[in-house]
Design a protein around this ligand. Structure first.
Ligand code: HEM
Length: 356
């Protein structure tokens, strides 16, 4: 082979070698790129914070198309991860309880809470239909005795007013999407719900002050006494006979304790929801929303019955809370033990009633 042929062959071979070199370089580049991409785009990192996440998250800020079946399987098996995407704000803890919580909050509490409130409404209507208005049977005597002091009445109406506003706004937040959206549409509901949320957050702290004051002021007369058992066995207000009771009968005491215990649960869980940084972890916040929903529906359910009995249900009851005085016959018929002691002076009726 001549020198010239050698050069010719070299020239001929040159492109092939270049192609091979190019292919090798390309393969190395591809592998390097894959490794870099894999390292730079972990969507979830175990226990710690991942540096980067999908810029196109799926519904409810999930990973959408970039989710990894393995990660989700591990999450369902109890493993938790922290999900980070600067565009989505602070890191989000992803754990299986999140989905359980969502179902419990959005379906179970809504459904059974709704049933409970409707059941209390139905029971109140049934009671009203069967028993009718509970009249003062002996008629009004024309003489009155003091029942509630100015302080007791102020606290009661303060709590009642705040509770009703919180109850209405809370019900809009819980059931609005189901009940109101089909009626008023998404835009109007969005504006309403946002206003209700502001009002709810603003009134919450006032309710806490009110319910604590109520707990202190009404506590002593709501302690259980043996007369309460007899009141239950004799059917409370269901029948026309009068069952003797002290300042509050057993039904009222149950209402008091439900309002106070429910109110404290609502207050504690509400504080955590309003100031989430006070919670130690996400599970605490999830628990708070569940406790809040359950306590709210129970107390609202009881409140329906209380408001009926306090207004039209029992003749002569409302004036005790508006004017502070009740008719003597009303007192004798509903709170005989208290009324007898009251005739010896208010302190005998309320504070130093003899032990049974
Ligand atoms: C419009 C709403 C309300 C009305 C008309 C109303 C009416 C009344 C009336 C008339 C009484 C006196 C009963 C008696 O003399 O034995 C009373 C007592 C009471 N109310 Fe209300 N109330 C309302 C809302 C509320 C709310 C929202 C709460 C608590 C969250 C509440 C808690 C109480 C308590 C604790 C008592 C004293 C009974 C006891 O301690 O067992 N009330 N209410």
């Amino acid at each position: 082979m001549s020198h010239r042929d050698g050069i010719a062959i070299m020239l001929l071979n040159a492109p092939r070698k270049n192609v091979v070199r190019l292919a090798r370089a390309g393969a190395v580049f591809l592998v390097a790129a894959l490794v870099i991409c894999a390292a730079a785009t972990p969507s979830l990192s175990e226990g710690g914070l991942a540096p980067h996440l999908s810029t196109n998250p799926g519904p409810a800020n999930t990973l959408g198309g970039q989710s990894s079946a393995d990660y989700w399987r591990q999450i369902r098996q109890g493993q938790s991860f922290t999900l980070v995407n600067p565009q989505m704000g602070p890191p989000v803890l992803v754990q299986s309880e999140g989905q359980d919580w969502r179902i419990f909050r959005n379906e179970t509490i809504k459904r059974y809470g709704g049933y409970l409130i409707l059941a209390m409404l139905a029971a109140t209507i049934l009671f009203a239909a069967l028993r009718g208005r509970v009249r003062i049977e002996g008629g009004r005597s024309g003489r009155t005795i003091p029942r509630f002091s100015q302080t007791e009445r102020t606290i009661h109406w303060f709590v009642a007013a705040v509770f009703i506003m919180l109850g209405v706004s809370g019900l809009v937040l819980l059931f609005g999407r189901t009940i109101l959206v089909p009626v008023i549409g998404k835009t109007a509901h969005g504006a309403l719900a946002s206003a209700m949320l502001q009002g709810h957050n603003l009134l919450g702290p006032l309710f806490i002050i009110g319910i604590l004051a109520m707990a202190v002021v009404y506590f002593k007369d709501n302690l259980p006494r043996s007369a309460d058992i007899a009141w239950f066995f004799k059917g409370g207000p269901l029948f026309k006979w009068h069952v003797p009771s002290w300042k509050y009968n057993a039904g009222e005491k149950i209402w008091f304790w439900s309002a106070v215990i429910g109110g404290i649960a609502l207050s504690g869980s509400g504080i955590l929801m309003e100031f989430p940084w006070l919670a130690q972890n996400l599970q605490q916040l999830q628990l708070a929303t569940i406790v809040h929903g359950i306590a709210a529906t129970i107390v609202i359910g009881f409140a329906v019955g209380h408001i009926y009995l306090g207004t039209i249900g029992v003749e002569g009851a409302l004036e005790g809370m508006t004017q502070g005085q009740v008719d003597e016959n009303w007192a004798q018929e509903h709170h005989h033990l208290w009324a007898d002691a009251a005739s010896d002076g208010p302190s005998a009726a309320s504070e130093t009633a003899p032990a049974e």
